[in-house]
Design a protein around this ligand. Sequence first.
Ligand SMILES: CC(C)(COP(=O)(O)OP(=O)(O)OC[C@H]1O[C@@H](n2cnc3c(N)ncnc32)[C@H](O)[C@@H]1OP(=O)(O)O)[C@@H](O)C(=O)NCCC(=O)NCCS
Length: 199
Amino acid sequence: MTFNPIESNTFEKEQINVGQANENDADGILDVQKERILSETKDIEGLSKKGFLIYPISKSDIIDAVSNPKDSFIFVAKDKAGVVIGYFLAYDFLHYLEKYPDWKSDVGNFSSNFEESETVYGKHVATRKGVSGVGTAIDKYSFNQLRERGYKHFIAEICEGPIENSRSSNFHSSKFDLNRIGGYKDKNKYDWGIYLKQL
Ligand SMILES: CC(C)(COP(=O)(O)OP(=O)(O)OC[C@H]1O[C@@H](n2cnc3c(N)ncnc32)[C@H](O)[C@@H]1OP(=O)(O)O)[C@@H](O)C(=O)NCCC(=O)NCCS
């Protein structure tokens, strides 16, 4: 499958092409993830300001998502040279619950006043360090795609402790109207805020 840019936005520094990911993008996606995964750094303030990921996805998660476009949504942003500079991975919510059957009991009560069959669960969004505008471009594209596929709601988790991902919560609430509807502490003692967006 070849990369087929569906939307292209020109920003100050470079052109960003966003489109469906294919298998050949897996290593590029993993490179982006590697830059953003929580590391041993003591720079808590820096992490909070720039954002970070906690639980990694594997190459087989990527391949699975690419191969199952009915219930998995994986999009990439590329620069002019075709290098992956950002990605978005989400799942049909009911499909996600099949993959992670304990999710609801782990999370406990939150105001789930949305139709689950019309909902997408956001797993990751991440951009390469040192580029700007990529998160905006990829989220805009991805939410449009989900809307076009008939989904009405999007939920995601953003880390709140022991380090708060204020970059992500500020970015997603101010630019994309994600609203916090609940929170919980997971088995590894990370605190998560649950956010809902109407698509
Ligand atoms: C969160 C993330 C996806 C946002 O994407 P991004 O490419 O950084 O976002 P953009 O460059 O499109 O910036 C969007 C806005 O935030 C502003 N901004 C840029 N850097 C900022 C910073 N350090 N702090 C606050 N605002 C900032 C930009 O000015 C821009 O606003 P504008 O369009 O009105 O000018 C990205 O920072 C990231 O991958 N972080 C690490 C992984 C992560 O935290 N993922 C989310 C997990 S829940």
